[in-house]
Design a protein around this ligand. Structure first.
Ligand code: UD1
Ligand code: CA
Length: 465
């Protein structure tokens, strides 16, 4: 990390070729927006408060989408080209010393090693350095023009190039590290004298060279990480590459992933060693998983916190919820809205927990809806139990004390307290609080009529006769 580097990320454009109403940098690859992907990399070479994102299209949404604290923003109200975008960040950038790194906001595959190399290369020439690479098909990219001695002289845009220039395969992927003082001194010389009437940042290569600040090119052989996203096809390619990188990182850190090509692990997800992830699991958002867990096939966990030694069986769908050490969840369970299942709990098939805290060692093994509830430890929730938490207008709370036993098919009409150690008889509809250690029976008593069925059959036979 280096304090002398200011990074400006260009993220104000709409991205016409995405054919979207959403700004391009808000599209996601690898489970995060293009912009967050690039900020995550920039953060490795400088501190977040030295990173400035230039926003314009949907500026508010783009600002809000940035998850890394400290990053600053500059507004480019009208999109008049990449050079104009950088000029819009001039005031926010403040100090005009050291190195000025400029990164296109639409290149999520970049690796931080390349930025470190770019920073080092920028010391080799007074003007700084830019990354270049060679592409079989350079269409759309700015072409790198070298002079007779092989030094870089200019970058020419697709729309402005001559046929000879457009035949050049060495391109500008949009990663620059300029000498800040020289850059800011001359940036005002960019003119929109091109068919698109845009202020091209790339004109700075020729301008700085002309003023005695030549640029040293850093040619990168492997162009994969330099892919700029302009279309949804390229977005899908980047997504796949980021996904592969992430599952590989996770496996190298000590996690077993079966059929990794089918598993989705978002960028910020963390998984402890010796956990096993089965095929087709999806671990999304900021999910954390402890060590020695097994995450079943088809489970989808978003922003969840899973302890150690947890077994999440197949097809669990959980969001913004937590599961304590040693718990078993699933198959086919649903947890949502800050549900929390304590240590060694068992949550079985077709059980839903919404905004509910289930205490340590408690069990809801089958077919239950537990909403807006606080449930103590060692509680048994019978199959078919429903907390009736909603009266059509308001939500109400259910509180179930430690060691309570709720019989099967109980209907618990909230607001309600079921005392600790109490029993609720199977099939009850409970509308009043249940005292500690009491038995609550909320159903009509069974009536047996001896011989009734035999008589009925005889009667029916007679009528038929
Ligand atoms: C740019 C480069 C081109 C390079 C290519 C690499 C220029 C003039 N051209 O072209 O040499 O080969 O990237 O991908 O820089 N942006 C703004 N404000 C604007 C215009 C763009 O913030 O007014 C942002 C966009 O949001 C995007 C980035 O700048 O993140 C690049 O813009 P884009 O329109 O994709 O540039 P290219 O035409 O691809
Ligand atoms: Ca681009």
């Amino acid at each position: 990390m280096n304090k002398d580097i200011t990074v400006i990320i260009l993220a104000a454009g709409l991205g016409t070729r995405m054919k979207s109403r959403k700004a391009k940098v808000l599209h996601e690859a690898g489970g995060d927006t293009l912009l967050n992907n690039i900020i995550r990399i920039a953060k490795e070479v400088t501190s977040p408060d030295n990173i400035i994102a230039v926003v314009g299209h949907q500026a508010e949404q783009v600002r809000e989408s940035v998850k890394i604290p400290g990053v600053r923003f500059a507004l480019q109200a009208e999109q008049r080209g990449t050079g104009h975008a950088v000029i819009s960040a001039r005031e926010v950038a403040g100090s005009h010393e050291g190195k000025l790194m400029i990164l296109n906001g639409d290149g999520p595959l970049l690796r931080s090693e390349t930025l470190f190399r770019l920073r080092a290369e920028s010391d080799e020439a007074p003007g700084g350095s830019i990354v270049t690479t060679e592409l079989q098909d350079p269409t759309g990219y700015g072409r790198v023009i070298r002079d007779a001695s092989g030094r870089i002289a200019a970058v020419v845009e697709q729309k402005a190039g001559t046929p000879e220039q457009l035949a050049i395969k060495e391109v500008n992927p949009g990663l620059y590290c300029f000498d800040a003082a020289a850059f800011w001194k001359h940036v005002g010389e960019i003119r929109p004298d091109n068919p698109a009437r845009e202020y091209y940042l790339t004109d700075m290569v020729e301008i700085l060279t002309r003023h005695g600040y030549p640029i040293s090119p850093l040619l990168i052989e492997d162009e994969t990480e330099l892919l700029g996203i302009n279309t949804r096809v390229e977005l899908a390619i980047a997504d796949r590459i980021l996904r592969t990188r992430k599952v590989n990182d996770v496996m190298l850190s000590g996690v077993t992933i079966e059929f990794p090509e089918t598993v989705i692990v978002d960028a910020d997800v963390e998984i402890g060693p010796d956990s096993i992830i089965e095929p087709n699991a999806q671990l999304r958002g900021s999910t954390r998983i402890g060590s020695n867990c097994r995450i079943g096939s088809g489970a989808i966990l978003r922003d969840c916190d899973i302890g150690d030694n947890v077994w999440v069986l197949p097809y669990v769908v959980a969001e913004s919820s937590s599961v304590g050490n040693g718990a078993h969840v699933g198959p086919f369970s649903r947890l949502r809205m800050q549900a929390s299942a304590g240590e060694n709990t068992h949550i079985g098939n077709f059980v839903e927990l919404k905004k509910t805290k289930l205490g340590a060692g408690s069990k809801a093994s089958h077919l239950a809806y537990l909403g807006d509830s606080v449930i103590g430890s060692q509680v048994n929730i019978g199959a078919g139990t429903i907390t009736c938490n909603y009266d059509g207008v308001l939500k109400h709370l259910t509180n179930i004390g430690d060691g309570a036993f709720v019989g099967s098919n109980s209907t618990l009409v909230a607001p309600l307290k079921v005392g600790s150690g109490s029993y609720v008889a199977a099939g009850s509809t409970i509308t009043e609080d249940v005292e500690e250690d009491a038995l609550a029976v909320g159903r009509s008593r069974q009536v047996d009529k001896p011989g009734w069925a035999r008589k009925r059959r005889a009667h029916l036979q007679e009528t038929k006769g």
